[in-house]
Design a protein around this ligand. Sequence first.
Ligand code: NAD
Length: 508
Amino acid sequence: MGSANKGYEFLSEIGLSSKNLGNYVGGKWKGNGPVVSTQNPVNNQQIAEVVEASIEDYEEGLKACAEAGKTWMQVPAPKRGEIVRQIGDALRAKLDPLGRLVSLEMGKILAEGIGEVQEIIDMCDFAVGLSRQLNGSVIPSERPNHMMLEMWNPLGIVGVITAFNFPCAVLGWNACIALVCGNCVVWKGAPTTPLITIAMTKLVAEVLEKNNLPGAIFTAFCGGSEIGQAIAKDTRIPLVSFTGSSKVGLEVQQTVNARSGKTLLELSGNNAIIVMDDADIQLAVRSVLFAAVGTAGQRCTTCRRLLLHESVYEKVLPQLLDSYKQVKIGDPLEKGTLLGPLHTPESKKNFEKGIEIIKSQGGKMLTGGKSVEREGNFVEPTIVEISPDAGCVKEELFGPVLYVMRFKTFEEAVAINNSVPQGLSSSIFTRRPETIFKWIGPLGSDCGIVNVNIPTNGAEIGGAFGGEKATGGGREAGSDSWKQYMRRSTCTVNYGNELPLAQGINFG
Ligand code: NAD
């Protein structure tokens, strides 16, 4: 790479150089937009340069993609699955350098970087199986000699806009399913993780090329809000899957809805862990540590609120504070590091601003609360004692800040859990079956993810992933979410010679 930093040599293994064209348009690499530099969050030094998309690149890409769609949707679904299987194999072969790149450019620790790429491999496997199960149903008709059935057809193009914190896994959730469903994919990754966008796309492009398929089936752009807005406005894209903040997600939803398009939204979270009086304390403490400190608190499913039953408050807190002291802060690529840097200098400023607001609203710092004095975007893992009614508790501060509060009854804990605008993930620690079933039932957690005795984060790909309320209501992956990537046709076929009408209507 063209920078003074050492240790970037592995990037050539995944097709990257010191200056990279950032857009895969009609099967070719292009770039007529601004040249940007991508940085290592450990020291904010340049890793490489990337040429982003111009609006002309976008237009050219979309034309080619729409054309390629006509070919792709006619490829039988199990054959499309075979292409996704090959993408999975290509990822397996590059798991280590890709995982390293995620760690380098995003800032999460290596184990999580590799885990992120593994998640796409798992999604590929899931989607391959799915490619033979896109089943419709046959419905009994009320009319003689009639047959009703449901057909699932591709939508055409699925637009995927992703966030910096999962710079490739979220693409995987969407793209694996969208592709087996017969859709082309148009992807815009986060503007601060362009190398990951390029490396992932190169790998998919090679598989398409090897199979003599049009490269435009997978079209990708590096760029910021301008390209994101172009996707949101584009009537050629029936479904826009957006992963990011609630604020931007709402804007995208309104733009897409205004042109009668569909959205899948995976937005901000504000997730709580509840520790009941009968909880296994050790299990709870280990879970809270992973959920609150993992990815430096930059997961949508990060635990931001810890609700402790008054009888265990004094037992859990000292153990948790003790485990926070042992967290090794450092370069995410180094062995033993548990807490890497925040993603950008701006993220660090937001953390510092957030801490001031927390203090002004009565928050008491139990540990952390400061930036780490060294180069890069490092901050201390922080625990704050605060009232559940403080305004800051209702918002997502994207860093390793954990609010701790106490409660007396299960009902009170559920009310606090549900009292925030977001509804992504939640977890309770208890052994009582009665409490477990109340928690997952209609009067329990109002979130999309409702866990018991495990952290709020680290979801498996088989389950539908997503959240309610300000988290957007979307389910991008797992379970039966494939139905959202397809167009359902209800077909009634008359194979007789009469024309009986539904509801027995006699029309003349
Ligand atoms: P962000 O909203 O700032 O950006 C997300 C994406 O939207 C980026 O690609 C960005 O370039 C693009 N964008 C920005 N303005 C746009 C516009 N006007 N129109 C279209 N696109 C636009 O989010 P971020 O800071 O990258 O990511 C962090 C947020 O994402 C957090 O709130 C986190 O909780 C959320 N997130 C949610 C999930 C989930 O599954 N629910 C997963 C990951 C991240």
